[in-house]
Structure formats: structure tokens, C-alpha cells
Design a protein around this ligand. Structure first.
Ligand code: ADP
Length: 276
């Protein structure tokens, strides 16, 4: 058992392991075939798309499909290079080196998924660079070691282009190291099937929720910064399945999380009323 990622300062790092059962994923296009080719050719991949549209589920599914362990790291602006690579820990009998999650993934030939990579500082992101080109190397300055990535190792990052675009963006020198797969909310029928399955909803409820979601997404032009994701629709479905009245569930799980602004909340409320 690897030790917990004590140095990750609040970042969620899921220890690698191959999923025992298939993570449910409904494809919206040719993303499965594209990713398989990228994996076979050892190309680093960037999953681009809005939050809650299925990027994490996709990579969980692909890791299972390819039989690779998956190491997930949630990026944030405190994440340091040492959090990724590792550090010396002081023990009662001296110091001992502890691999960080990236180093573990490189040694084990895992898929390493850095969620919301744009949140990480540039000096942290640059440690990924030598892993993304033909070298597939990870230099560890503190130990003087340079590790060659085991076969099967693949770097995957997620990136939400709309989110905080004005404040943060990935440098072109980083972007150009990745093959980008574009994600968006799934087509209507696919999204209905997902909400039905993940939200334990009947078909009619799932259809009504997805139709509502698509109408609400139309409010982006009227100033709604974040539009309802598939994840929010699933949350509403789960509340409904547990007996909460439909309108209450939609207000709590979809409308309230999206805005505090009275006019927008009013407009969303009207759309909920029209849907249920
Ligand atoms: P992201 O990583 O893009 O923020 P997630 O992968 O966490 O989004 O998706 C949120 C939830 O939506 C998932 O937990 C899953 O229940 C559901 N979901 C979204 N897209 C799909 C899909 N294509 N197939 C199956 N489930 C999906």
C-alpha cells in the first residue's frame, strides 16, 4: 500500500489501482477511439470542456478499458513541484525519500490525471514538460535521479476553457505538448440516458430534467456564468428519486448552486415551473 499523500496540502490524490468494475461511460463521439490511439502512441492528452460534463468519468473508464492504474491529482494554486514529485521525510531514524503521486505513476506505468491543471502555478506545471515529449523522463533534482516513464505511463490533464479565462490560462508552451480532446454536454438522448442511469430516474423525469438543463444553458447569454452541468441534473434526479418534489429538487440542486443574482434566479425559477 502506498502511503497517503501527506504532502499534497489538500489536493485529492487517488492512489493508483485498476478499477475492478467498468466505470459507466456513454460516449458522445469518437473520443474512445481517439484516446486509445493517443495511449498506444504515448501522447499526452488534454481533456477540454466545461465542468461536470464527464471528463473525469471518461478517464476512469479509459483507464479501466486499457487495464492501467489511474492516479488522480486535483490541482490548486498551492500545489508545488514537490507535492507532485516527492520529498524527503524526517523520521526518527533519519530521512527517507517519499515518491509523490506523479513519480509513482511514472514508475508504475499508470495514467496520471491532473484535474483542472490551469489551477496549478506555472513553476509546478513545467515539471510535466519532460514527460510530454519523446524523452518521457522525470528528473528528480533532490535525489539526482532521472526516471524513465514505464510503458503505459500517460499524462492526461483536464482544462475548462471558459472558467476564469480572464484570470488564468495555460501557456502556449504547455498547451502545445498535448493532444486536445474536446468535451461538451452530451447530445439530448445520451444525456437523458446518463441522468436516467446515474440519477436512478425514470425516463420521463430524466427527459424533463435534461430539457430543463438545455433551456437553462441558454441563459448563458443573459449573464449566467456557469451553466448547469450533467452532474447537477443527476443530483436533482437523485433528490427526486428519494421523494423530494420535482420543483424543490430543481431549485436546490440546479438553480441555487448556479447563481445568487435575483433576476437570474427568477428567470431560472420560471423555467423550472414551465418544466414540471
Ligand atoms: P468533469 O470531470 O467534466 O467535471 P465528471 O466526469 O465528474 O465531470 O461528470 C460528472 C458526472 O456526470 C459523473 O459522475 C457521471 O455521473 C456523469 N456523466 C457525465 N457524462 C457522462 C457520460 N458520458 N457517461 C456517463 N456518465 C457521465
Amino acid at each position: 500500500m502506498p502511503e497517503p499523500d501527506a504532502g499534497l496540502h489538500g489536493a485529492a490524490a487517488a492512489a493508483g489501482g485498476v478499477a475492478a468494475t467498468e466505470p459507466f461511460y456513454l460516449p458522445a463521439g469518437n473520443e474512445v477511439a481517439l484516446f486509445e490511439q493517443c495511449h498506444a502512441r504515448q501522447l499526452a492528452v488534454m481533456l477540454k470542456g466545461p465542468t461536470g460534463c464527464g471528463k473525469t468519468r471518461f478517464i476512469e473508464h479509459m483507464a479501466w478499458r486499457l487495464g492501467r492504474p489511474l492516479v488522480t491529482i486535483a490541482c490548486h494554486d498551492d500545489l508545488s513541484a514537490s507535492d507532485l514529485i516527492g520529498r524527503f521525510l524526517i523520521r526518527h531514524d533519519g530521512t527517507a525519500w517519499q515518491d509523490g503521486p506523479l513519480t509513482r505513476a511514472v514508475r508504475e506505468g499508470a495514467i496520471c490525471y491532473l484535474d483542472e491543471v490551469v489551477e496549478a502555478r506555472q513553476d509546478t506545471v513545467v515539471v510535466l514538460h519532460p514527460l510530454t515529449d519523446y524523452r518521457r523522463m522525470l528528473p528528480i533534482d533532490k535525489t539526482g535521479e532521472t526516471i524513465e516513464a514505464a510503458p503505459g505511463f500517460q499524462l492526461v490533464v483536464s482544462y475548462n476553457p471558459g472558467y476564469q479565462r480572464m484570470l488564468k490560462d495555460l501557456k502556449p508552451s504547455t498547451r502545445q505538448r498535448f493532444v486536445a480532446l474536446d468535451f461538451d454536454f452530451p447530445p439530448l438522448d445520451t444525456e437523458v440516458a446518463i441522468v436516467e442511469r446515474e440519477g436512478a430516474a425514470n425516463h420521463a423525469t430524466a427527459h424533463a430534467l435534461v430539457t430543463l438543463g438545455r433551456r437553462l444553458r441558454g441563459l448563458q447569454d443573459r449573464g449566467l456564468a456557469e451553466v448547469p452541468s450533467t452532474r447537477l441534473l443527476i443530483a436533482a434526479a437523485r433528490l427526486i428519486a428519494s421523494g423530494i418534489p420535482e420543483r424543490d429538487a430543481c431549485m436546490a440542486a440546479i438553480v441555487s448552486p448556479l447563481s445568487d443574482e435575483a433576476t437570474l434566479v427568477g428567470a431560472m425559477h420560471d423555467l423550472v415551473d414551465a418544466s414540471f
